[in-house]
Design a protein around this ligand. Structure first.
Ligand SMILES: Nc1ncnc2c1ncn2[C@@H]1O[C@H](COP(=O)(O)OP(=O)(O)O)[C@@H](O)[C@H]1O
Ligand SMILES: [Mg+2]
Length: 265
């Protein structure tokens, strides 16, 4: 069964008397265990789409089916119950947190809120989550400001997988990281996907990142979806001007072997 089906989604903003169609009539689907790379220039509407999906922002029009639910009409306890199944990793999700918060409290929140593990088992679960993302259990006692950007993204990933989601939305999740650290984070994400069958909506302005993880790529331009196809097809034979410009923006993108998700990062 299709995990996620977005249909005719639209969102306008008005700023300074000018209306912007941030998302215009976008439809897309995502299958279980699949990574859809959502690419587009800055301002093309990617984050707006991600925020609507996460129910952080209401849509003007359109519908979303997620795990068979009419996602945009869920509310109250129904929404809270299903929320655990869709998680998000931002560019710096933990930068928004109290910098004195400990790593343990950041990971404890989803476990407690979604009642994933009883209180007595949470310290052990937090240690297991840290271990799974490649961090020592001793990191639980550190404050968020004491960890590096790459480690912080590992913690953000641990937090996202804590509730056993079927979908993780990643919005520029590795964009702020050095290339070497970025590669290892992408590797971790692909491992977690293979292990748990998680689907990713992977939002990035950078096709080099998406090439490493995506099964399919969808291209946005000025709020519209202008091209969707298998990763290799979009990168090696882009059809739309927007896709061509994004491919040309990455030197040597098409001359490197593209063996499918991740094989050569
Ligand atoms: N809260 C907002 N108020 C007004 N305009 C917004 C708001 N959020 C985004 N926009 C506008 O919507 C468009 C899409 O933005 P965004 O979704 O952030 O694009 P992307 O993530 O692809 O860079 C841009 O023109 C942006 O200026
Ligand atoms: Mg954005």
């Amino acid at each position: 069964m299709t995990l996620l089906a977005i249909e005719n989604l639209s969102k306008r903003f008005s700023s300074g008397g000018r209306a912007v169609a941030a998302v215009g009539d976008v439809s897309l689907t995502l299958e279980p265990g699949e990574t859809l790379g959502l690419v587009g220039a800055s301002g093309s509407g990617k984050s707006t789409l991600a925020r609507i999906l996460m129910r952080l922002l209401p849509a003007d029009a359109g519908s979303i089916r997620f795990e068979g639910e009419d996602w945009l009409s869920l509310s109250g306890t129904d929404l809270r119950r299903h929320r655990a199944r869709m998680q998000m990793v931002f560019q710096d999700v933990l930068g928004a947190f109290n910098p004195r918060a400990t790593v343990a409290s950041v990971l404890d929140d989803p476990l407690r809120i979604h009642d994933i593990v009883p209180k007595a088992g949470r310290a052990q679960e937090i240690a297991a989550l840290l271990d799974r993302v490649g961090l020592p259990a001793s990191y639980a006692g550190r404050s968020i400001r004491e960890v590096s950007g790459g480690q912080r993204q590992r913690i953000a990933i641990a937090r996202a997988i804590a509730t056993k989601p079927s979908l993780i939305v990643l919005d520029e999740a590795v964009s702020a990281l050095d290339v070497s650290i970025r590669g290892r984070i992408l590797e971790l994400l692909v491992e977690l996907q293979e292990e748990r069958g998680i689907s990713y909506l992977f939002v990035s302005h950078d096709l080099a990142v998406l090439r490493a993880v995506s099964h399919r790529i969808a291209v946005m331009e000025a709020g519209r979806l202008v091209e969707t196809g298998p990763m290799r097809q979009v990168i090696e034979n882009p059809q739309s001007p927007a896709a061509k410009a994004l491919v040309n923006a990455v030197p040597r993108l098409v001359t490197q072997p593209t063996e499918g998700p991740f094989h050569d990062v």
